[in-house]
Structure formats: structure tokens, C-alpha cells
Design a protein around this ligand. Sequence first.
Ligand SMILES: Cc1ncc(COP(=O)(O)O)c(C=O)c1O
Length: 449
Amino acid sequence: MKDDNFLREMNARHLWHPMGHPGDAQEHAPKIIKGAEGVTITDIDGHRVVDAVGGLWCVNLGYSNDVVKQAIADQLWQLPYYSAFAGTTNPPAIEASYAVQEFFAPDGMVRAFFTSGGSDSVDTCLRLARQYHRLRGQPARTKFLSLKKGYHGTHFGGASVNGNNRFRVNYEPLLPGCFHLPSPYPYRNPFDEADPARLARRIAAMAVDEIEFQGPDSIAAFIMEPVQGAGGVIVPDESFMGLMREICDRYGILLIADEVITGFGRLGDWTGSRHWGVQPDMMSTAKGITSGYFPVGAALMGQKVADVFETADAEGSIWHGYTYSAHPVGAAAVVATLAETQRLDVKTNAAARGRQLYDGMVDLAGKHDIIGDVRGGHGLMTGVELVSDRDSKTPLDATTMKRVHQATYEAGAMVRLGAHNILMSPPLTISEAEVNTILSALDTGLAAA
Ligand SMILES: Cc1ncc(COP(=O)(O)O)c(C=O)c1O
């Protein structure tokens, strides 16, 4: 490993970072994170902070889970790679598929298709949704419905159903046949409707209207996150996902739950769908499936979908997959992570610590006028929307947001910015004292606005 001077000198010189301006990264060098322990990270200057981001909504078990690390290391020596394309498989892949279907059985999921991450899992679901309808003799069902403010990764399929325009405009034209409904976002919506339940009913009514307009027999699937993450931690009314389930059933549309963030305990339940009492037809997962220790995702299929593929003629073949689908090292990480996730019962801690973080932010809103909206209260996903004026809800400018971010970091917590939102998703193993550290760091950071 080169020395620190080399790292500082070469930082962002040859590496284009995701989700940022390459020139800006050269001028404002990214923080170099050199180590991590428990739920804290340490940068190149030796500054240690609580990671309120959980890596990127993914390090559910914290940074020190030796069981998962050992499983990965052992598998590297046993079999570092072999293809799972037609004709071969490997022991951890078989074990991981069993563990995953057991974990998701209460959600009605019976089959796993492994991928390398969330974007892959989303696109796998979208593609297989179209094939499902072809196999059932409805090849015209090709369109997709989704929600504004939704985030479904950056492949062309996922970007096309994405509901934030900053992830779309530079890459248009996107996939034709994708239509967006308003987000269940009480703080800002086109109906000026602050009541979450009434807003849910309005969006459901719009869904019916749009489906009738498009022609129900032209729509393959509706995709939604149980709680919208990157869009600002937008928590729908508890009725919303159930209403959409009922509409999908009425019109023969598949419901895809994008559980890339919400799966594996983050909402205080093992999945977001279970949290809202809904069984989807497909699920996209990633992140917490290996706690971020190895890049793995899984697209999951319910019985109804599995039956159609497994009893089809040759057209049921899945001509889709990735070199690293069912990667033995990734699969070993999945088996160990699922076992640890359940042994540590992280969902229970997520519920309690999530409540503490949310309540603490509501208290801070009483003190800092720039807090326009606090969202969360369902496990360890908390969003704080900052405004320069509460009445007009004017979003706080980017320079002030960056100042808040840096001051918070210096005071002891790494948070994430998503436009004028502060997004938090710490490891699910976080302690009460560490949540208090995040809150006091934010108190200092907000005062620096
Ligand atoms: C809900 C959701 N879907 C899909 C993705 C894409 O996952 P990845 O970045 O692993 O491709 C993300 C990433 O944050 C996500 O939050």
C-alpha cells in the first residue's frame, strides 16, 4: 500500500466517483476512509466518527462482524469463482438460495436469482416481469408503473422507473412505456394534501385512472420501495402498499417490492413488505444481504411467478444473468450474513434505535428553524428536509447543506446529503449512546448553517 502522501496526491485524479462531478472531486477531495470498527469509521487524518450512513444503507451488521469476514476468507481459498451459467453450480450458492427462500418465506418468495447488486436485481425483476406475461400469452404487457421520488438504481431499466429527474435527464431517452405516479409524500405533493391516508387514496385513484388510460393489458408491473430511501426517506401511509397491491391484483399487474434498502431488518421488521402487511410478486434485494461486505443482490420470485416459468415450454428459459450471479464467495457471504442478521435479531434493535433517532430529530426541529420536515419513525431510516424558510418550504441551498454536513462530521457523525435532505441509515447494531452521538453532532452541524 502506498503512503498517505501518495493517497492524498492521487485522490480523485484517476478515479471518477459515482454520483458526483469529476472536476469538483478534484477540487474538493473526497474524504479518505481508512478503517472502520463497530459502527464507527476513521479517516486518513485519524478522525473517528459514528457512521450514520451505514456505508450506503448497507452495513447492517456494522464493520466488525468476524463471522461474515471469516466465511468470505474461507470461501476464497476453497473456490474463489465458478460460473453458475447453464450446467454448473457451487455449494455456497445452493446453501444461499435455501437460506434466502427460508428468510423470505413469510413474504411469499420461493426462488432467488442472484445478482451483483441492487440495480441488477431491479432490472432482473423488470425483465422477468415481461417474460412472465409473455409466457402467459400476454406479450403486450410491457409497460411499467412506478412512483415519483423512487430510486431503483442506475441501469437503463431501473433509471427509467426512477422518479428523481437528476438521475434521468442526462441519460435520456430512457425506456419507453414507463409511467410515474405521485410520491406518497405529505410534505410536498401536487394535491396539497398533508394527510397521509387521504394522500394514499388520491394516489391509488390516480393509479386506477392511469391504468385504465394506458389499457390494463399493456402493463407488466408496478415497482415501489416500501419506504422511499434515496428520494428523501419518504414514509407512505400504512394503507398505501396494500391499496396498490389490491389494484395490481385487480388488473393482473405484478407488484415488485424494491427492498434493496428495506430488506433484512432496517424498518424494524425483516422486510418492508412485511412491515406493511403485503406480499409482493417479486422483490429486488441487495445491500444488507451481505451487509455490504461483498457485492451481491438477489431478485426474488413468488410462487405465482415461479409456477409460470417452471412449467413453461422452452420459452421459459431465462436468457438473462451476470458473470457474478451466484458467485461462490458472495454466496458464502450471504449465508453467513443471514445467519448473523437473525442471530443478532437486528430488526428489534433497529426498531428501538430508529425510534430514538426519529424522536431526537423531532426535538431538534423545535430548536433549528431550518428543519422543515422530519421523516422516519419506522426503524433506522431517518430523513430530515432542510429549508431556508418554513412557510415557503424553500429548499436550503447546496453551499449551506455542505457546511452543515462538514460541521456534523467534525462534531462526530457522518451523515449523507440527498439534495436538501439529510439521510440516515446507520448500522442496525448501533447502541443508544452512538445514536446520541449522531444527534449531538447534528445539533452542532445544524447550528453552523
Ligand atoms: C431502493 C433501491 N433500489 C436499487 C438500488 C440500486 O442498488 P445498487 O446501487 O446496488 O445498484 C438502490 C441503491 O441505493 C436502492 O436504494
